[in-house]
Design a protein around this ligand. Structure first.
Ligand code: ZN
Length: 88
């Protein structure tokens, strides 16, 4: 059996043994906005810098997956991101 066939088989087995765990995924212990503050950072991003979120849902409201702060006023886009800390 080729390595690729083995990998595919291993993945299939793992998938079957692990049903949807998304609902049980633990919330991060800490979520906050981190903006890179420099002369290009817009006012909105400067304001949100360091803001803490209670849940990922709240955080994703301001910072959609793969994007910066949605209230950003900069045409070029600032370079803010979410900092997500997990316990351990
Ligand atoms: Zn901005």
């Amino acid at each position: 059996m080729s390595i690729w066939a083995r990998l595919k088989q291993a993945r299939t087995v793992a998938h079957e043994e692990l049903p949807t765990v998304d609902a049980a995924a633990p919330e991060p212990t800490e979520i906050y906005a981190s903006e890179l503050l420099d002369e290009h950072t817009c006012r909105k991003c400067a304001e949100i810098d360091g803001h803490e979120y209670e849940t990922m849902a709240q955080a994703r409201g301001d910072y959609p997956e793969g994007g910066g702060y949605q209230g950003c006023e900069s045409e070029a886009g600032c370079r803010g991101t979410l900092v997500i800390m997990h316990e351990g």
